[in-house]
Design a protein around this ligand. Sequence first.
Ligand code: HEM
Ligand code: HEM
Length: 175
Amino acid sequence: MRLTNNLTEYGFISKIFHWLSAAVLLIQIPLGFYLVDLDFSEKRLNFESIHVILGLSLFYLTVLRLAYKLINPTPLLRNNIFPGQKLIAKLNHIFLYISVLTITISGALKKLFNGEILDVFFFDLEIKDSFELAELFYNIHIFGNYTLITLISLHILAIIVHKIIFKENLLKRIL
Ligand code: HEM
Ligand code: HEM
């Protein structure tokens, strides 16, 4: 298997970025929904720390992934099966990146505007609290999550439709 991408194939590094991000999200989304239902306790604090550490790790992973995309070609999408198909696929990918970044940044801002000190791994962050802004960023965090769930569902649905209707196995490109 090649290490880097070329115009027809994903390399190992892109595949690792893709599946590591997918695995973190698979844990992180249910963990977030589980977290909100927990009463204040030691257990809740522990789950919240795991949620924050996973979320911040995914933020850095996504920034690295995007930086890597700048220095490495993205494999071209196949020919259009229907008009606008490539554009839809591109938009799906772009909005997946945007929602992951929005969710991670809004999660961090929610905690910061709550008056908490946030350890972002390399340094501690602290800003002046504002409960209105904390509420706003929390709503963005929730909205971002529903958007992301929709985009991931469409992303997976597209792969299934390609396989069943267009007899094209996209999955093997990223495995
Ligand atoms: C892509 C990464 C992330 C995902 C998928 C995610 C997902 C979620 C979900 C689904 C919820 C429940 C929302 C609700 O229905 O009320 C939640 C809550 C929360 N998230 Fe995240 N989150 C991520 C990253 C972060 C980060 C980076 C932070 C902080 C640095 C964070 C802090 C929180 C907090 C504080 C809550 C609310 C807990 C509460 O007050 O009850 N999240 N998250
Ligand atoms: C079971 C889950 C998933 C499957 C089966 C899957 C499958 C695929 C496949 C087959 C491709 C290659 C498409 C092509 O270029 O022909 C791809 C690309 C991509 N996937 Fe997924 N994926 C999954 C989960 C996710 C998740 C959770 C995200 C969210 C971040 C994601 C983000 C992306 C992005 C951004 C690309 C384009 C890669 C690039 O940046 O060039 N995928 N996925």
